[in-house]
Design a protein. Structure first.
Length: 392
């Protein structure tokens, strides 16, 4: 292996849940020249993004034999370890990055799924051999890295959320600049959550640490938790779940949420536990739109559009009355109208029924015009040189 020819930065795909988001998007846009290393099944994440792994390391228990042959044929170096080993596949990959002389490593797909593996992956950042490298775990809108003694710069935007969590005991001599809740030569002991949810006041912030270790979690935007309540047409609660604010405007509230139920095959889409939902709730509109992406690969599965009465948003709570009628939109623009029989039997007044029908028509227009959040359809259309697929 000619280490000298490799880039000093590594894009490392782990085999956890791949969560799309703004932080991930920025990484993929700016690290085009990085060496792509994959920990076992992380290679599937890379392939789903159209990226070719250069090195795949692990026991290969998450890849089929055909996958391994295909990746190797495409030029990937396969470093296979026995299943009975002391290190996880991600730990082996980090050892490899050290051997390659990498100066920075960005890990994607390192969180989610099993909590023990997520926690272990975060604690891998404390490995002594990695101290000279800049290691970041990037997930959705979050960037996680370890801070040792010294002065550290954070680049972001006003209202970004910054959390400081001590590891390996108390972190002492902490002074912050550019954060709303300032620390002035103070100590954060292990246990209390005082360092959670600080807020950036400018595009640059600074953290000075006298001693100890801090886990920095930088979330793009305000990490505000929301509760979403789905009610039926009679305004009786049917489902309640949690999400995190992605964006709020005068037109909508956009939430990031995770599918936490058991895997289910709906016929037109297969939902897996851990699938990522980006959900737009529009003020004054009779629908909401959920963008669904795969739990492991991050690939777009489609958009699920619920026909509802206009949502109410109070504080960190969103409530919407579902009217049974739904529209599922495939990535190529095909649209499938669902549950018409249930909608026909629904006991609602004529005005609500007419508003629901208008909402379907409005959604179809948005799809045909590739208007946000359906603008990804246009890329699919360009790829096949055609027009949006006809709706059904």
């Amino acid at each position: 292996m000619d280490n000298g020819k490799r880039d000093s930065s590594v894009l490392l795909f782990a085999n956890g849940i791949f969560t799309p988001g703004e932080a991930v998007r920025r990484v993929l846009a700016t690290q085009r020249s990085a060496t792509i290393v994959c920990a076992d099944g992380g290679a599937l994440h890379a392939r789903a993004l159209g990226l070719q792994p250069q090195i795949i390391i692990g026991d290969m228990d998450s890849l089929s034999a055909a996958d391994v042959v295909a990746f190797e044929a495409a030029g990937a170096q396969i470093i296979q370890h026995p299943p009975e080993k002391d290190e996880t596949d991600l730990e082996l990959a980090l050892h490899l990055c050290h051997e390659l002389g990498a100066k920075s490593v960005t890990i994607l797909g390192g969180l989610g799924g099993r909590f023990d593996q997520t926690l272990a992956n975060i604690l891998l950042l404390t490995l002594p051999m990695l101290a000279s490298m800049r290691i970041e775990l990037v997930d959705g809108a979050q960037v996680i890295r370890l801070l040792g003694a010294g002065v550290h710069q954070i680049t972001g935007a006003v209202d970004d959320t910054v959390s400081l969590i001590p590891l390996q005991g108390a972190a002492a001599g902490i002074t912050t600049r550019g954060l709303q809740y300032a620390l002035r030569n103070e100590t954060l002991p292990l246990g209390p959550a005082r360092g959670i949810s600080n807020v950036m006041l400018a595009e640059q912030a600074e953290i000075e640490l006298g001693g100890g270790l801090l886990l920095l979690v930088h979330t793009i935007g305000q990490a505000r938790p929301f509760t979403i309540i789905k009610r039926d047409a009679a305004s009786q609660e049917k489902l309640r779940y949690s999400g995190v604010l992605h964006q709020q405007t005068a037109e909508f509230v956009c939430i990031d949420a995770t599918f936490e139920l058991a895997d289910r095959d709906l016929g037109y889409i297969q939902l897996r536990r851990g699938d990522h939902f980006r959900e737009w709730f529009y003020f004054g509109r009779w629908y909401n739109i959920f963008r669904v992406s795969d739990a492991r690969s991050g690939a777009l599965k489609g958009w699920y559009c619920n026909i509802t009465r206009p949502p109410s948003v109070e504080g960190e709570q969103i409530v919407a009355d579902d009217l049974c009628l739904d529209l599922f939109v495939y990535p190529d623009g095909r649209a499938l109208l669902l549950d018409e029989d249930e909608f026909a039997q629904l006991a609602i007044d004529p005005d609500d029924r007419a508003a629901a029908r208008r909402a379907v028509a409005e959604l179809r227009q948005m799809i045909a015009r590739c208007q946000p959040p359906f603008d990804e359809i246009s890329a699919t259309i360009r790829g096949r040189g055609g027009s949006p697929a006809p709706a059904h």
